[in-house]
Design a protein around this ligand. Structure first.
Ligand code: SF4
Length: 454
């Protein structure tokens, strides 16, 4: 378990957080509510009176990891409450671990709290019981990220029905948070020392569709609940704002000028998933690949420094060798900066499982290796182009003489790093912005020196 230690009441909860950034935000919210209600958050199984495991259930390997984590908590502690995406499949959890105390699904914060109350009844305190206790009213709550960056979740659920994905069946249709609520949270994070906001959701570009782009007021100005207005509002805070999980809709074009104007990081995390129109149709994703290439070119004309990160699935059921070659050709043409790829793996309950002509495992793995090899050359060349340039970076850590930082092109955890050779000498600290003269590169990271004024 790795957690911020919070002390005081004698009722001790351990917490294991697995899964994606969206699950991490759920964990932060539950931990904050526990803290507000006076529970101690502890670091070890031995110290805990009960352990909450926030699970992921997206792909088979995540299910295995989650079941293993529950098993470990059962063996080490024995009192375990399970929440998160795998909680949508209680039979599977109970079959493996019949002794768990309670199982709740994702975003079901109240049920997690009820299970904790049952295991560790709240203590009556005549001085605080009349105070309204709500995590939302608290400052910025518990964050599982370093102090200088934070995930900002703008919505839950998704209106798409990509055939390989079961998130809509686990998390439901899109529910957007009111824009003033999101902007207020961002404001509190900024006041708490956050320098970089990572906007997350299942589909960031659909923000506000469900509430018909309702207008709300923040700092005396009206904002529509919509991606562009959100970016404009966030730009008022003077932070780095990075957009993740942007679905390739045409209206993504609207935010590129904000990147060119420096209001938004010139960075788009936009999962294209494939490039063959037929495979995209089978995936139930937008399939006009020529238009996608044209749009990428247009984005680069408007914001030449834009970094485009994407993810792809290879070996989707029915994918032919020719269709896979189309995907490689797309990589050559699109020249994306950062790319993640997965060999298709069936997810329990996904519509794609019923598709004919599954690709044999060895073919999937062979295609994945070819795909990664092709992209590695592109990423390496793109990073080499940066040698000699000066990059604005945000320091994440100082390690001996080195400072480990990220440029505008690097999201935490998933992208590369900038190693600053004279970090100690320059007196750099985590959370500090610094200009770095780039002196070297490899296929993933950059190397350079902090520019110190004489
Ligand atoms: S857009 Fe993302 S979350 Fe929504 S169905 Fe498709 S893959 Fe799943």
């Amino acid at each position: 378990m790795s957690l911020p230690e919070v002390s005081s009441s004698g009722r001790k909860v351990g917490f294991v957080s697995l899964g994606c950034p969206k699950a991490l935000v759920d964990s932060e919210r539950i931990l904050t509510q526990l803290k507000v209600e006076g529970y101690d958050i502890v670091q070890t199984y031995d110290d805990a009176d009960v352990v909450v495991v926030n699970t992921c259930g997206f792909i088979d390997s995540a299910v295995t990891e989650s079941l293993d984590a529950i098993g470990e908590a059962m063996a080490e502690n024995g009192k375990v409450i399970v929440t998160g995406c795998l909680g949508k499949r209680p039979e599977q959890i109970r079959a493996a671990h019949p002794g768990v105390l309670a199982i709740t699904g994702p975003q079901d914060y109240q049920s997690v709290m009820s299970a904790v109350y049952k295991a560790l009844p709240p203590q009556h305190n005549p001085f605080t019981d009349l105070v309204l206790k709500r995590a939302d009213d608290n400052d910025i709550g518990i964050k599982l990220t370093p102090k200088h960056y934070a995930y900002l979740k703008i919505s839950e659920g998704c209106n798409h029905r990509c055939s390989f994905c079961i998130i809509p069946s686990m998390r439901g249709d899109l529910v957007s948070r009111p824009i003033d609520d999101v902007l207020r949270e961002a404001e509190k994070l900024a006041m708490g020392g956050v320098k970089e906001l990572l906007v997350i959701s299942q589909d960031t570009s659909a923000y506000g569709v469900d509430v018909k782009y309702a207008e709300r007021s923040w700092r005396g100005k009206q904002y529509q609940t919509r991606m562009k207005a959100l970016c404009e509002g966030l730009s008022e805070l003077g932070l780095w704002t990075r957009l993740h999980y942007v679905y390739p809709y045409p209206h993504v074009d609207d935010i590129i000028p904000l990147m060119a104007d420096g209001k938004l990081l010139p960075y788009l995390d936009i999962p294209f998933q494939h490039a063959s129109p037929r495979v995209l149709k089978l995936m139930k994703r937008p399939g006009a690949v020529d238009k996608t290439l044209e749009r990428i070119q247009r984005w680069r004309d408007i914001a030449p420094d834009i970094t485009i990160r994407s993810t792809f699935i290879v070996g989707f059921p029915g994918e032919t060798e020719a269709e896979f070659e189309e995907l490689l050709d797309f990589l050559d043409e699109a020249q994306l900066d950062r790319v993640g790829a997965f060999a298709y793996s069936p997810v329990d309950g996904a519509a794609a499982n019923a598709l004919p002509d599954p690709v044999p495992e060895e073919v999937k793995q062979e295609r994945l290796a070819r795909f990664m090899e092709r992209q590695a050359e592109i990423s390496e060349a793109k990073l080499a182009d940066k040698v000699g340039s000066v990059q604005r970076c945000l320091v994440d850590a100082v390690d001996g003489d080195l400072a480990i930082a990220r440029s505008m092109a690097d999201a935490p955890e998933i992208d590369g790093l900038v190693q600053i050779q004279n970090g100690l000498e320059a007196g750099l600290r985590p959370g500090q912005f610094v200009d770095v003269q780039i002196m070297g590169s490899d296929d993933h990271d950059l190397y350079g020196e902090a520019m110190i004024d004489d």
